[in-house]
Design a protein around this ligand. Sequence first.
Ligand code: NAP
Ligand code: MG
Length: 462
Amino acid sequence: MKAHDGMYIDGAWRPAAGTDTIEVVNPADEQVIDRVPAGTAEDVDAAVRAARAALPGWAATAPAERGTVIGALRDALAARREEIAETVTAELGSPLPFSRKVHADLPVAVAGSYAELAATYAFEEKVGNSTVHLEPIGVVGAITPWNYPLHQIVAKVAPALAAGCTVVLKPAEDTPLVAQLFAEAVDEAGVPAGVFNLVTGLGTVAGQALAAHDGVDLVSFTGSTAVGRSIGATAGVALKKVALELGGKSANVILPSADLAKAVNVGVANVMSNSGQTCSAWTRMLVHTSQYEQAVELAAEAAAKYGERIGPLVNAKQRQRVRSYIEKGVAEGARLVVGGPESPREQGYFVSPTVFADVTPGMTIAQEEIFGPVLSILRYEDEADALRIANGTVYGLAGAVWAGEEAEAVAFARRMDTGQVDINGGRFNPQAPFGGYKQSGVGRELGAHGLAEYLQTKSLQF
Ligand code: NAP
Ligand code: MG
């Protein structure tokens, strides 16, 4: 039983304007575990007004003091680690160890990085006879998805607060409970009333009302390309700034000099983690024709091992979507080596870890984001061919390159049209800019680049 219900607006929990609710379902057993209010345009309006009223005070708060408050928020999140992990496991379905290590701990690291950045960032620069002030952009409408539900909230709210902005958050309908926990942590941390506001609800109702609201200066959205496009269009008409974190179809390029077994094993783990529901997952593995069959065998073995540990997909609709992609892969002539469209369990929205070989660049499963535990292995003849295939989608979010020497991998990575590339298994860095080339998005999140998205410049000439 959770401590609070309703909307968190202007520093207090208050009942929603309407009476509709959203059922929260545990995807591992399909049971309803809770209900949250389905916010309407009226709730969004109240939240935006509160955020607007709080803006002058928060924008005028010294950056170091904003950093102290974000540090307190970091501590409040860290203290709730277990509760956060259990909540994400219940509403998203990810296995508990992953919920602890990633869904709970990553947001703590990101909040910590902004506690520090708020205090150290240069909010003022000299350019010749000018002083340039970097000022908060204003009220932020944040719309987040369910796949890394707390991380995606913190990756928007922490830099916005560091910049001096105020926020209204509309989290995904599938994962609203961790968003409520986040609001409780905000409250505990002593964030002033109105600086952060939460409206739970449907994307087509509350999300749309928030994206279109006149009182919002910047819409920061993470989710599907289709919704991102429509939010971008609405914001364009209103001349509002947007930050869009969209889909991906990233390439894992294994050059012939690489440690093949390591590259394949890490590659498979990358795709299967979080049940394949990761926008930056390397869902296309590119292998030289001379090593192709060996790589397929290694990938099949690695994927089969995941069968025991993999969590469900978030909901029945996503499971259906992923199954249709698997069926399409078979229909278009790819070779199914592990997994398939059948449900591996009677209950829960599970999909078996699936690997396709003989995937050609034009196939649907080589082009579209599947958002499930499905790996496509493609063959290349030479480096030029590998680069053409790697760059041959509308997306450009992430990628990986493996080679015997780092320099060889770096030279290849520099020619990829994508926002971040892991070299020989380089670790995720929560302070490096994260975001997409091409249709993977507009803008960057995390670190100092993520903070800059929430600032606008004012030049004073002397
Ligand atoms: P989505 O619909 O784009 O959801 C993202 C967020 O936007 C949610 O909070 C959603 O609310 C909201 N939203 C939906 N329609 C809206 C609208 N018209 N105006 C304003 N906000 C709106 O994504 P999804 O349906 O959950 O997932 C579909 C596909 O998107 C996935 O299969 C995957 O390919 C992709 N996806 C990508 C990412 C990523 O990290 N890049 C994350 C999630 C999904 P509701 O929760 O009520 O829908
Ligand atoms: Mg949706």
